[in-house]
Design a protein around this ligand. Sequence first.
Ligand SMILES: [Zn+2]
Length: 82
Amino acid sequence: MTCTDFLAKLTDFFDGNVPPALMAEVEQHISECKHCEVVLDSTTKTINIYRDSEIYDFPPELQQRLESAIMTRCCGPRDTTK
Ligand SMILES: [Zn+2]
């Protein structure tokens, strides 16, 4: 699983639509990729806030923000240390 795959599955993940096999892939990816782990963590917190205020609906702008965050951190030109 790549960061892009992870991101593509992220909304399903929070919808609870993740089959066990995919769940295992997601978990494996975040165990190997610090960036996505952080993204997942902060997204979880964001989602919890949305849930608390009962307006839970994965917002497209959040998806976009995550996408650019991951792309910048994982695939950006500055990440040449790996
Ligand atoms: Zn990643």
